[in-house]
Design a protein around this ligand. Structure first.
Ligand code: ASP
Length: 314
C-alpha cells in the first residue's frame, strides 16, 4: 500500500503504555507494568510489517497516566519535524489508553496536520494470551499510509476516531474507545479502510510557537471540578488561595451547577481565573445561555481543559 504522492514511509513514535507492557503471567491482563518494551520490539512482533518502509523512534517510555507537558512539547515538535519530510506518508504514535484522547486533541489543536498522525494503544499487555496491541498497530499503519487520510486520529479495535470525538469509555474491555454522538470516522477491516465520515480539517492548527514560548514547568495551571449532590465552593476557594489560572467545571446535564459552586466560580472569574463549563455526561454539548458561565461546547471536561490551557498559552 502506498500513498498517491509516492511518500510511503511511516514513522512510529513510541511513548509507552500498556501496548508496551509486560506481565509475569500470560493470563494476567491487569497485573502488568506498562511501558517496558521498546517500539522496535513492538514492530518486530508483527510479521506482516516486515519489509515495510517504517522508521521507529522511542520518544518517551511512560504509563500515560503520567503524561506531562514536557513530553507533549517534545512530541509535538518531533511530529511536526517528521511530517515535514516529503518521504513521510504519516505517523503512528504508540500511547497508553488512559490519556490518549488528551494527547490526540492537543496534537490536533496545535498541528492540524495535512497528513495522518495515528495514535494507537492496547488494553492488554504485549505478554497477554490475546493481546490487542499488534493488530491495533498493524491497523494504525494501514491508516497512516491511506491516500487522503489526514488529521490526528485514533485507531483502536478496528475503528478510526477523530481527535475531537474520541473518548475512552471502558476501563477494561478491549473495545475501550468510542466516538461521541456516534461520529465514528471509519473502520479498518483486514487492512482495508471503510470511511464513514470526513477526515478532520487541516491547516488551522495553533502552531508550535504557542506551546514552545514557555517552558513546560511554567504552563498555566488548569484544574477540573465536578458538580454533584451537595457540591459547594470549597474546592474552588482552596484553588484560588493556592493560585490557579483556569477552571473547567464538569456540570450536571446541560452544564448546570449548584448555587454554591456557581457562586464560587463567579468569584474566581472576578479574580481573573478563566472558567469553562462542560458536562459530566458521556456526550452532548453544553448550550450557551445568556448570563451563564462560558460553555465548552461539546468538548469533554479533559478536552476543555486542553483547550483552556492552549488559550491561556496565547
Ligand atoms: N495505564 C496505561 C496507560 O495509559 C493503560 C493503557 O495503556 O491501557 O499507559
Amino acid at each position: 500500500m502506498s500513498s498517491s504522492n509516492n511518500s510511503n514511509l511511516v514513522v512510529i513514535l513510541g511513548t509507552g503504555g500498556t501496548i508496551a507492557g509486560r506481565a509475569a503471567q500470560a493470563s494476567d491482563n491487569v497485573g502488568y507494568k506498562a511501558a517496558e518494551l521498546g517500539v522496535q520490539q513492538l514492530l518486530d512482533a508483527i510479521p506482516a510489517l516486515a519489509g515495510r518502509p517504517l522508521e521507529a523512534e522511542q520518544l518517551a517510555q511512560l504509563d500515560s497516566k503520567d503524561m506531562d507537558f514536557a513530553t507533549w512539547q517534545k512530541l509535538a515538535r518531533r511530529v511536526a519535524e517528521h511530517l515535514a519530510r516529503p518521504e513521510v506518508a504519516g505517523l503512528v504514535i504508540t500511547h497508553g489508553t488512559d490519556t490518549l484522547e488528551e494527547t490526540a486533541f492537543f496534537l490536533q489543536r496545535v498541528l492540524a496536520p495535512a497528513k495522518p498522525v495515528v495514535l494507537t494503544a492496547a488494553m492488554r499487555p504485549a505478554t497477554a494470551l490475546q493481546t490487542d496491541g499488534p493488530q491495533n498497530l498493524l491497523d494504525a499503519v494501514a491508516v497512516a499510509v491511506h491516500p487522503g487520510a489526514r488529521g490526528v486520529l485514533t485507531v483502536f479495535a478496528g475503528a478510526i476516531h477523530s481527535a475531537e470525538q474520541v473518548r475512552k469509555v471502558h476501563s477494561y474491555k478491549v473495545e475501550a474507545f468510542a466516538s461521541s454522538d456516534g461520529a465514528l470516522l471509519g473502520l479498518v477491516e483486514e487492512g482495508v479502510l471503510r470511511l464513514l465520515g470526513a477526515w478532520p480539517a487541516a491547516g488551522d492548527g495553533l502552531g508550535l510557537a504557542r506551546i514552545e514560548a514557555r517552558a513546560a514547568t511554567a504552563w498555566p495551571r488548569v484544574q477540573i471540578l465536578l458538580n454533584h449532590v451537595g457540591a459547594d465552593g470549597a474546592l474552588v476557594r482552596a484553588l484560588l488561595a493556592q493560585g490557579v489560572d483556569g477552571l473547567v467545571v464538569a456540570g450536571t446535564g446541560n452544564g448546570t451547577l449548584s448555587h454554591a459552586l456557581e457562586a464560587a466560580l463567579r468569584e474566581a472569574r472576578s479574580a481573573g481565573v478563566k472558567v469553562l463549563r462542560s458536562t459530566r455526561c458521556d456526550a452532548g454539548p453544553v448550550m450557551e445561555s445568556a448570563g451563564a458561565l462560558p460553555s465548552a461546547g461539546a468538548l469533554s471536561p479533559v478536552k476543555a481543559r486542553v483547550q483552556l490551557l492552549l488559550d491561556l498559552l496565547a
